[in-house]
Design a protein around this ligand. Structure first.
Ligand SMILES: Cc1ncc(COP(=O)(O)O)c(C=O)c1O
Length: 507
């Protein structure tokens, strides 16, 4: 089918939902006054051929007809079959916006997704505890160990190569966090790095100085600061969460700040509920009170592109194993602060920032893997610079995660006996949902889902205070987290699994 088109015209993709099937085609906007009629005739012919009797009853048709003049070359999109028109519409719009690699292509990069249990492929919803790892990350780690392995700072080639690899990794992680390479330190994990930072900062604190924490936090962002109560006599103040929404109580947060506040230690995202907290706002308030701010970005970094400059934070930590890398932690510190910190260290080791933050011999292969994880994420949406690629990749992945979390939230909410916690889709959140199934303990739910090859975690995930405030201690929550490889079909399997557990329990 052809249609005369002028130079000003451009193309859109549109779709027609026909219940179970979604037909998708190319829509070309035109300038002729009878465009709508031409379109409707073309659609009518195509739907007639597809056996659809009354296409005009479908509300989504109007959307297409309103702006388009010509519709041709319909094809079926198998992965949209069966999804609601609302999700299909969002999905098509998202595809139009996003340049990020398709999920099927992303999945091919992860050998572990081939794992089967009985007849079923394993569906991994344990990302908030640690994501799967793409082959490129493992290749980078084995390449380092097999061909370049050495200690640092010597003159022979493998040592020089190791120095080069670590320097390059600092550049990669700096792109990941929007920092400078001399602001990136590596360490065992976020917990260890935070204890280390706390000890160093604590040397500058006096009895009665105050640190503000929040109830939403993982205890890796609690215990290191609580240790300073004992070691330095500081006072810990804890800002409340709102159990109904799983969000920070900002009024209470402001009440906790005072002229004595030295530090605000705050999570950018809750690993139990998925809540994203506006750390930029917290930074403004902290700085206005004369305090510094440390951000725990462990659960945030896999889902939102960290921007330490935008957040205006002084320190931030995250862990590569949560964003498709190996088990290693990363600490960002503003360069002048890292350089001035009274950090416990060995005298002969480098006193330059960021090396002065790093104790002993580092996990070189882990550093190679962390850099490869950043490269993997950037490769999902190639652009002119690595940071621009990361921005495009995270924008696309965020849109996808948003669809998935809405599908999961809606599906779980409809099951009698299931309660979902945290902010509803639409509010700032990651694609991680904590829920309970009435009458069934969280370990049993996880166990029964695992029997069907659906892997979810359960318990308090060290977000102990969140679980207490929700009145769910000691059993805790079931937690399902979506990652870049999660599909709608896996979400449907999870929902069906929970439905079966809830039903069995009621019968
Ligand atoms: C939000 C959050 N913060 C901190 C941590 C601790 O990270 P690490 O295991 O790297 O010490 C975790 C781990 O699950 C987490 O989810």
């Amino acid at each position: 089918m052809q249609h005369g088109l002028g130079a000003r015209e451009h193309q859109h993709r549109g779709f027609i939902s026909t219940g179970d099937d979604v037909l998708i085609g190319r829509v070309i906007t035109g300038t002729r006054s009878d465009d709508g009629k031409v379109l409707m005739r073309a659609i009518g012919q195509m739907l007639g051929a597809a056996g659809v009797s009354d296409p005009l009853q479908d509300p989504t048709l109007e959307l297409v007809a309103g702006e388009a003049s010509f519709f041709g070359g319909l094809r079926r999109i198998p992965y949209l079959a069966g999804v609601s028109p609302e999700i299909a519409l969002d999905r098509v719009a998202q595809e139009k916006r996003s340049e990020v690699a398709p999920v099927a292509g992303i999945r091919d990069s992860f050998p572990s997704l081939q794992r089967r249990q009985g007849d079923a492929a394993v569906a991994y919803f344990d990302g908030p505890g640690g994501t799967q790892v793409p082959r490129a990350v493992v290749d980078a780690m084995s390449d380092y160990l097999l061909h370049h392995n050495a200690n640092t700072h010597w003159v022979f080639p493998t040592s020089v190569e190791t120095d080069g690899m670590i320097a390059a990794a600092r550049f990669a992680l700096a792109d990941f966090l929007n920092a400078s390479p001399n602001e990136i330190a590596f360490g065992a994990n976020m917990t260890t790095l935070t204890f280390h930072l706390a000890r160093a900062l604590g040397r500058g604190y006096e009895r009665g100085d105050e640190i503000v924490l929040t109830e939403l936090d993982h205890h890796a962002n609690v215990a290191p600061w609580r240790a300073l109560e004992k070691d330095r006599g500081v006072t810990i103040r804890v800002a409340k969460m709102l159990p109904e929404t799983g969000q920070l109580d900002w009024d209470d947060f402001e009440r906790q700040l005072s002229a004595r506040t030295k530090l605000v230690a705050i999570g950018a995202a809750s690993n139990a509920l998925g809540t994203i907290t506006d750390v930029q706002r917290a930074a403004e308030l902290a700085h206005a009170a004369g305090a510094q701010i440390f951000v725990d970005a462990v659960h945030y970094a896999p889902h939102q592109l960290v921007d330490v400059r935008g957040m205006d934070c002084d320190f931030l930590s995250c862990s590569a194993y949560k964003f498709y890398g190996p088990h290693i932690g990363i600490l960002y510190g503003r360069h002048d602060l890292l350089a001035a910190l009274d950090v416990p260290k060995l005298l002969p080791s480098s006193n330059e920032a960021p090396e002065r933050m790093e104790t002993g011999t580092q996990n070189h292969e882990g550093i190679a893997g962390a850099a490869a994880a950043v490269k993997f994420l950037a490769s999902l949406a190639p652009a002119e610079t690595r940071r621009a690629s990361l921005e495009a990749a995270f924008a696309g992945l965020h849109d996808r995660g948003h669809q998935l979390v809405r599908q999961l939230w809606n599906g779980l909410s409809e099951i009698a006996g299931v309660t979902v916690y945290g902010p509803a889709p639409g509010a700032a959140r990651t694609p991680t949902i904590g829920f309970t199934v009435g009458g069934v303990n969280s370990a049993d739910v996880a166990q029964r889902l695992a029997a069907g090859a659906v892997f979810v975690s359960n318990g308090d995930f060290y977000a102990t205070t969140v679980v207490e405030r929700l009145g769910l201690a000691p059993d805790g929550l079931v937690r399902a987290g979506c990652a870049c490889y999660t599909t709608e079909e896996e979400i449907e399997r999870l929902i069906a699994g929970v439905k079966a557990i809830a039903k069995k329990d009621q019968s």
